[in-house]
Design a protein around this ligand. Structure first.
Ligand SMILES: Cc1ncc(COP(=O)(O)O)c(C=O)c1O
Length: 368
C-alpha cells in the first residue's frame, strides 16, 4: 500500500538547513525552545533514585494517578482517559476507533491541514475528504455539513490550529459535534495547542456534552517536552475499551518515567508558567508580523498555536523557494504545499526560536 507521509519533506527541509553554507535560523520545527516546568525536571531527577519496581511496566492506559489528575482537571471519568505517546498516538487511536466502527470510511479534514492527518487516514484505510477554510483559517460548519454523509466516519479538526493559528469559536465546535451526531460519525478535536490560545476565546470541545466526540491532547507543547511523548485522549465511555486494547497491542504501555515527571509537573505548576509562555509568544508574533508588514507580505496573525503563514509576492512557497530562502536569507520555513492544496503560495514559520527578531530582520531585508 502506498502511503503518503509528510515526514520526508519536513526532514528534507531540516536537513537542507543543517547543511547550508551559512548560518540559518530554524523556523521549521514545532519544538518549543523555552524551559519546561521546574517540577518536571525535579520529577525526572527524583525518578532516577526510585526502586527497580518503578522501572517496570506501568498500567497500559497510563499511570493511575496521572489519569486521575487529567480526568479531574478535564471533568471526565478516569476510565475515559487513555494516556498515549503524545497527541500523535491519541489522534491515531481516535481515528482508528472512528474507522473500525464500520460507520463510514471518510475522514473530513480541513485544507490547510496538519500533514500527519491525511497520512494517518490513508494508513488506516480511510479516505480524506477536504473542506476549505477561509483566509484566516476559520471553518464554516456549513461547508462541513455539505460534505458530511453516511460515509463520514469522523470530522477531525485542530484548534488552536497548526498551521493557520485559527481558534475555532465554541459555536463552530458545537455545530461540528451536531453534524457528527447527525451522521453517526465522531468529532475528533485535537487540542494540543490549548495552552497557546492567544485570543482568550478558546473553549475545549469537552465543554460539549456528547457521546460522539473525542478530544486529544498532549503535554508536548504545553510543557515544552516534545521528546517525552506523553499525551492523552478522552473517549466517550462506550468507545474507550477498544481504544485501550489498540493502545496496548501497539505499545504495551507508555513511558513510565515520562508520565511520572509529567504528573509531578501537572500537580505543581501554576498558571503563571503557561501565561509567561503565551506572553513570550505574543511578543514574537508582534516582532515577526511587523517585519512581514515591512516586507510587504500577506500573513495570518495567529489567534493561537505558534505558527505564522506568510505569502511574499512573486515568491510562492515551493520547496525550491524554501531552499532559496535558506541559502539567500538564512531563514528556514516550511513550504505551504506540505499543508494541502490551498496554501501552496504560502510559507509557514514556527516562532519557536529565540532568534525570531533576527529572522524577522533577515526576511524584511531580503524581501524589501
Ligand atoms: C496539530 C498537531 N497535532 C499533533 C501533534 C503531535 O503532537 P505530539 O508531539 O504530542 O505527538 C502536533 C505536533 O506538531 C501538531 O501540530
Amino acid at each position: 500500500m502506498d502511503v503518503e507521509y509528510d515526514t520526508p519533506l519536513f526532514f528534507h527541509v531540516m536537513g537542507y538547513a543543517a547543511n547550508a553554507d551559512r548560518d540559518v535560523i530554524d523556523m521549521v520545527s514545532g519544538n518549543p525552545d523555552w524551559e519546561p516546568p521546574e517540577a518536571l525536571r525535579a520529577g525526572l531527577h527524583e525518578y532516577a533514585d526510585l526502586e527497580p519496581d518503578r522501572f517496570q511496566y506501568p498500567p497500559s492506559p497510563g499511570l493511575n494517578e496521572l489519569r486521575a489528575e487529567i480526568a479531574d482537571r478535564r471533568g471526565v471519568d478516569r476510565e475515559q482517559v487513555v494516556v498515549t505517546n503524545g497527541a500523535g498516538e491519541a489522534n491515531y487511536l481516535a481515528m482508528a476507533r472512528a474507522l473500525e466502527r464500520d460507520a463510514g470510511s471518510e475522514i473530513v479534514l480541513t485544507d490547510p491541514v496538519y500533514p500527519y492527518y491525511p497520512g494517518k487516514t490513508t494508513m488506516l484505510g480511510g479516505q480524506p475528504r477536504y473542506v476549505p477554510t477561509d483566509d484566516d483559517g476559520h471553518l464554516d460548519p456549513a461547508d462541513v455539513r455539505a460534505v458530511a454523509s453516511e460515509e463520514t466516519a469522523a470530522i477531525l479538526v485542530n484548534t488552536p490550529n497548526n498551521p493557520t493559528g485559527a481558534v475555532y469559536p465554541p459555536e463552530t465546535m458545537a455545530e461540528l459535534v451536531d453534524i457528527a451526531e447527525t451522521h453517526d460519525a465522531l468529532l475528533i478535536a485535537d487540542e494540543v495547542y490549548d495552552h497557546f490560545d492567544l485570543s482568550g476565546t478558546f473553549e475545549s470541545a469537552l465543554a460539549i456534552d456528547a457521546d460522539h466526540r473525542i478530544v486529544t491532547n498532549a503535554f508536548s507543547k504545553s510543557m515544552a517536552i516534545t521528546g517525552f511523548r506523553v499525551g492523552y485522549a478522552v473517549f466517550p465511555p462506550h468507545l474507550v475499551e477498544d481504544a485501550k486494547s489498540r493502545h496496548m497491542l501497539v505499545n504495551v504501555a507508555g513511558s513510565r518515567p515520562a508520565q511520572y515527571a509529567v504528573l509531578q509537573a501537572l500537580r505543581e505548576t501554576g498558571s503563571d508558567y503557561y501565561a509567561a509562555n503565551r506572553d513570550l509568544l505574543r511578543d514574537r508574533v508582534d516582532v515577526f508580523t511587523d517585519a512581514l508588514e515591512t516586507a510587504g507580505a500577506a500573513y495570518t496573525r495567529p489567534e493561537g498555536a505558534f505558527y505564522v503563514m506568510a505569502r511574499f509576492d512573486g515568491y510562492p512557497g515551493t520547496l525550491a523557494n524554501v531552499e532559496r530562502l535558506i541559502d539567500e536569507a538564512g531563514v528556514a520555513g516550511m513550504p505551504g504545499e506540505a499543508f494541502g492544496s490551498s496554501r501552496q503560495d504560502w510559507l509557514r514559520f514556527a516562532l519557536v526560536t529565540p532568534r525570531v527578531e533576527a529572522a524577522a530582520e533577515r526576511l524584511a531585508t531580503y524581501f524589501e
